[in-house]
Design a binder for this molecule. Structure first.
Ligand code: PLP
Length: 322
C-alpha cells in the first residue's frame, strides 16, 4: 500500500495546480448566518473548472507523470465528475485520456467528457467489470490508471480547496465536507489538522449510504450495496485503503442527511445565494442546518463540492410534488 499523503503533499499540490485550477471564491450569506446563528464560510467548488473540486485531484495526479507516462496517456473509469476532470486535465497537459463509462451513461455526461477531449470506451454495467476493463487497457497500452479517490496525489489535490479556505479566512471551529470515497474529506482533513489544529472536521454522507459512518464505528472498511439517493457523487460502496486511515485519524465524526434535506438545501442555494449546486454538493450545508443548535456563534467552513446537475433534473427536483 502506498504511504499516506501528508500536509506537505497538499502544499506541493497547491503550487502544482496554481494557474490551472481556479482559486474559487469563499462566499458568505447573512441569511445562512441568521438561520444557523453561526458565521459560515462557503468554499464554492461548484465554480471550479468543469464544475467540481475533482479537477484539483486530477490535475495534481496527472502533473506528476513523467514523459513516458504522459505519452501513453491515462485511463479512468467513471460516469461522473472524475471523468470530466481527468479529460480536461489530460487535454491541458497534452496527453491522451481514455474514460471507461457504462453504455447507459447519460448522453450529456458522455458528451461533456468527449467535449473535454476524452476518448470514451463503453462497457455493459450488468455483465462487465469496469475496473477490470480499466486495468486491461492500462496494461495493454501502458496507460496510467487514475482512480477517483484512493490515490495519494488525488487526495493531496483535493485537499487544496480546504487549504485555500483556511488561507483566506483563518482558523475555524468546524469544517463540513461531503464524502463518497473520501478523497475530498481526507485531503481536507490533512489541511485542517495543519492549518487550524482545533477545528473539528465532519464528513457528511447520504442517509441511504452511510458506509463511512458504519466504517468509523466498526473500525474497518464496511462495504454496502450501491445506495439509492439523489446524491449521485456519493453513491460509492466503500471507503478506500488510503482514505479510510486518514479519516479514522483526522475526522471527528460523520453525519448523514436525507434526500429531502438535500432538496431544501439546493433550493436555499438557488434562492438565497444565486448558485446552482448539485445534490451531492448540498450535503455539507444540509448537515450544518440540521445541527445549528450546537453551532451558535461558531466559525464554520462548508465545502460546496460541485454544481454539475442536468438542468431538467434540477428543475424537477426543485418543483414541489403536486
Ligand atoms: C466525487 C464527488 C464527491 C465525493 O468525493 P470523494 O472524494 O469520492 O469523497 C462529492 N461531490 C461531488 C460533486 C463529486 O463529484
Amino acid at each position: 500500500m502506498p504511504a499516506l499523503p501528508r500536509f506537505e503533499d497538499v502544499v506541493a499540490a497547491t503550487q502544482r495546480i496554481a494557474g490551472h485550477a481556479h482559486r474559487t471564491p469563499v462566499l458568505t450569506s447573512s441569511t445562512a448566518d441568521a438561520q444557523t446563528g453561526a458565521s459560515i464560510f462557503f468554499k464554492a467548488e461548484n465554480l471550479q473548472r468543469m464544475g467540481a473540486f475533482k479537477f484539483r485531484g486530477a490535475m495534481n495526479a496527472l502533473s506528476r507523470l513523467d514523459a513516458t507516462q504522459r505519452k501513453a496517456g491515462v485511463v479512468a473509469f467513471s460516469s461522473g465528475n472524475h471523468a470530466q476532470a481527468v479529460s480536461l486535465a489530460a487535454r491541458l497537459l497534452g496527453m491522451p485520456a481514455t474514460i471507461v463509462m457504462p453504455l447507459d451513461a447519460p448522453a450529456a455526461k458522455v458528451a461533456a467528457t468527449r467535449g473535454y477531449g476524452g476518448n470514451v470506451v463503453h462497457y455493459d454495467r450488468y455483465t462487465e467489470d469496469r475496473e477490470q476493463i480499466g486495468r486491461d487497457l492500462a496494461e495493454r497500452h501502458g496507460m496510467t490508471l487514475i482512480p477517483p479517490y484512493d490515490h495519494p496525489d488525488v487526495i493531496a489535490g483535493q485537499g487544496t480547496a480546504a487549504h485555500e479556505l483556511f488561507e483566506e479566512v483563518g482558523e475555524l471551529d468546524a469544517l463540513f465536507v461531503c464524502l463518497g470515497g473520501g478523497g475530498l474529506l481526507s485531503g481536507s482533513a490533512l489541511a485542517a489538522r495543519a492549518m487550524s489544529p482545533s477545528c473539528k472536521v465532519y464528513g457528511v454522507e447520504p442517509e441511504a449510504g452511510n458506509d463511512a459512518q458504519q466504517s468509523l464505528r466498526a473500525g474497518h472498511i464496511v462495504h454496502i450495496d450501491t445506495p439509492k439517493t439523489i446524491a449521485d457523487g456519493a453513491q460509492t460502496q466503500h471507503l478506500g485503503q488510503i482514505t479510510f486511515p486518514i479519516i479514522q485519524r483526522d475526522v471527528d465524526d460523520i453525519f448523514t442527511v436525507s434526500d429531502d434535506a438535500l432538496v431544501d438545501t439546493m433550493r436555499f442555494y438557488a434562492e438565497r445565494m444565486k448558485i446552482v449546486v448539485e445534490p451531492t454538493g448540498a450535503l455539507s450545508f444540509a448537515a450544518v442546518r440540521a445541527r445549528a443548535d450546537t453551532l451558535a456563534r461558531k466559525r464554520i467552513g462548508v465545502i460546496i463540492s460541485g454544481g454539475n446537475v442536468d438542468l431538467l433534473r434540477y428543475a424537477s427536483l426543485l418543483t414541489p410534488a403536486p
